[in-house]
Structures are given as C-alpha cells and as structure tokens.
Design a protein around this ligand. Sequence first.
Ligand SMILES: [Zn+2]
Length: 287
Amino acid sequence: MIRKILMILALPVFLSSCSKKATQGKTTITASFYPLFVMLENICDGADAHISMLAPSDTGCLHDYQLTTKDMQAISKSDIIVVNGLGMEDFIDKVLEEKKDSTIVAGEGFLTVDDNPHIWVSIAGAIYEVRNIADRLCELDAKNAEIYSKNAESYIEKLQNLQEEMHDSLDKAAGSKIITFHEAFPYFAAEFNLDIASVIEREPGTAPSPKELSDTVAVIKEANEKTGRNIPLFAEPQYSGASAKIIASETGSEVYELDPAVTGNGGKDSYIEAMRKNMMTLKEALQ
Ligand SMILES: [Zn+2]
C-alpha cells in the first residue's frame, strides 16, 4: 500500500522533469483532437510553443474515445490544454478539473442547437473557436501573445474568404435537402441553407439496427417522392459507408462523401482544403 502511494507521488515529478528536456523553454499546448490541432498550427506558427494532440489524427470525433495512460501523461506535461467542450470530451472532464485555469474551451459561449458540439464544421463556428483559443492563449501565455493574435487575425481572414467562396458556390443550392451520416453537419447545413432530411447513424462507428435502417429508408423514400427527386446521401470518409450503400440501393439516392474535417495529415491548410472539397462535392450533388 505504502509503495503504491509512493509511486503515485513520484509520478508527477518524473513527468515534469521529463517534459522540460523535450520542450525546454517552450509553452507546451495540447489539443484534445485534430480540428483543434489544425487551429493551433495556424495560431501558434512561429511562436515559442510546442503543440501536440491527444487523440491520434485518424481518430475522428471523440464521442467514444477512451483516455490512455499516455494521454494522462501528456495532460500533466502540458502548460495549456485546448478542448472543444460542449460534451465532445466527456472522457477528460474529471482530469481537467485540476487544470481548469490552464484549459481553454474553444466552444465556450457558442450558441448551440440541441447541445450539438460539432461547431468547427461550419466556417462561422471555426472562426468562433479560433478567436476564442487565440484570446485565451494571449492571456495564458503573454510572451507569445503578439504572435498568437497576429496569426489568428490572418487565419480568420483566410476562413472568411473561404466562407465567401463557399457562399458564392452554394447559395444557388439553398434549400436543398441532404442526408448525412452522423450528427456533424447541422451548423454547416444552417450556414449554407441546406436542409438535413435525415441522419443515417447517430453514433459514429455503430451500425444502425435493422429497424433504424428501415425507418431511414422509409423517410428517404417519402422525401424522394415528395420532392420528385432522389435526395443525395453524404457519408463521411472517417466511417464505414456500408449502411449508406444499403440505403442507396434501396432508395436510388446517390452516395457522396462529406468531410467533417476531424481527421487528416495535419498541415495548416488542411481544414480549408477539406471544406473546399466539400464545396465541390455539394456543388456536383446539388446541381
Ligand atoms: Zn461527431
């Protein structure tokens, strides 16, 4: 028993001395997952900071994520943690209680619909989160503040240009009905006036039950009949498209791919590139 306690006491000391060697002098900032990491890549470029992410970049959304020992170590080593909040990272809520003052909740204050946490999937939501992260970083890490706010400004300008480009391209399709794969797209759909007629899998990674599948087929068939056309389906690159294919073959609706930008190979422009690809896909599907 005593030995166990000693080991627990010794752990934080070991971790902090370890982290100093790896990132000497730099502010260590850890994002919970990929979309926030890409924001950090832009905001922290050229700053005296070391950025990383907890969940590997191919994880996707964190709805079913399990915290690992490595994650615990990374959290304890970090000066600043950046999370999306709004229920996306329930798995670390307890751990972060202790690091409350150095945790940035990117989605804090965002007016959500049905408690949906997928804010970054709309461009306006991404801008909101970038601004939130940068403002808080400036407070928490004053020595890099000038760089953070300058970078955030220029990234927000890029995002605003993207938003304009997407409006130019998609406004013609306003009011179009689409069917999506998990609940990642309500803010995106609202931004571009698309109407989500149905959501195929509410929990990513879990296949719908036969009853859910046949209900969805019925909803799509009805919507297709009403509109006199086959409403396109949008699967996500991160998840299996098996159920989308079944629905497609039973309803005649075509299957496309829409990316909620939760995975990727990193790179400062990867969010913008994913959204531009979504724009082209939607343009093709909704013409
Ligand atoms: Zn999700």
